[in-house]
Design a binder for this molecule. Structure first.
Ligand code: PLP
Length: 297
């Protein structure tokens, strides 16, 4: 029951069967404070790899299969070998057995292209305590819009930009967050150069007009968020209308409520957009938080 908890994973071919021993032998627990990766590792040299971050709440790993499906999709976009999802599932289960069964934790899964000219990809899992997002779930976030520098159709025109993959190259996303902080905000929403809402650097956007909840259509230019998908299923089950569509910045500005949603921070209300107040739906934000903290598969 220790944190952090790290497993190096010898990635198996996607179609390799479970040998009946729970993939024993392909996981090696390592001390996170000790060296474990080679200097020529392409994840560190070039950010060349993909990852997922999922939440573990009171011993339950949330939405494992949707995260693994996105890992596989990211790998496909990046021409990485397809991950063996049963092996990754077993790695998550192994971690969940080893880490505390209470509180909020985060598990990061990484699949990198490996060492230069190396025989196979490198893979690992790292579990750690989640930051305390309780206060920001209460207070919400002030957001500025930032130009993403691409139009909505960029992914189809230039798939090599890998925009729909969750790659390790998050330097741009972190730079956008720093710019938001410089502008006195807590977070940002990327806007396409033709004026449409995309996503946050680490989150998806949901807006409400009346009883209609909308999120940007999952084009190849943004990530299809697992939290947003889960919330839309929840909303539909409770009789609300949801839609995936192009959302102009104007529509974002006149929303009745808006949220940034992601796996570990969960749903945070947007309280201010480019310096203008945004109405906050506190009861619904509270419901979202309760739902997102409940065990979800
Ligand atoms: N968009 C980006 C760019 C992200 O990095 C993330 C999560 O980190 C999301 C959206 C939200 O995805 P999820 O809800 O699966 O965490």
């Amino acid at each position: 029951m220790t944190l952090p908890f790290t497993l190096l994973i010898t990635p198996l071919a996607a179609d390799a069967p479970d040998d009946g021993s729970w993939f024993a032998g392909t996981f090696t627990e390592v001390d996170a404070s000790e060296p474990a990766l080679r200097v020529s590792e392409l994840s560190t040299q070039r950010g060349d790899g993909v990852f997922e971050t999922l939440a573990v709440v009171n011993g339950h790993a949330q939405e494992v299969q949707p995260h693994l499906a996105r890992l596989a999709r990211s790998a496909e976009i990046c021409d990485l070998p397809a991950p063996n999802l049963a092996q990754w599932s077993a790695a998550v289960s192994t971690a969940v057995q080893a880490i505390p069964d209470h509180g909020e934790l985060a598990i990061k899964l990484v699949l990198s292209r490996g060492v230069e000219n190396g025989p196979s990809p490198t893979a690992w899992l790292h579990a750690s305590a989640a930051r305390d997002f309780g206060p920001v779930r209460q207070s919400g976030v002030r957001v500025v819009t930032l130009d993403r520098g691409y139009d909505r159709g960029v992914a189809e025109r230039a798939p090599w930009l890998l925009l729909g993959a969750k790659t390790l190259s998050y330097a741009v996303n972190m730079a956008a967050l720093r710019e938001a902080h410089r502008r006195g905000a807590d977070d940002t929403i990327f806007v396409s150069s033709d004026g449409y809402v995309m996503e946050g650097p680490t989150s998806s956007v949901i807006i409400r007009h009346g009883d209609m909840f909308s999120t940007p259509a999952p084009s190849g230019a943004i990530l299809h968020g697992t939290t947003q998908t889960s919330l839309f299923e929840y909303l539909e089950r409770h009789g609300h209308a949801v839609s995936y569509r192009d959302i102009s910045v104007e529509e974002l500005r006149n929303a009745d409520a808006a949220w940034l949603v992601s796996s570990v921070r969960l749903a945070v209300a947007i309280t201010e957009l480019d310096g203008a107040q945004v109405p906050v739906d506190a009861p619904l934000t509270q419901l979202f938080t309760e739902y997102l903290l409940s065990p979800r598969d």
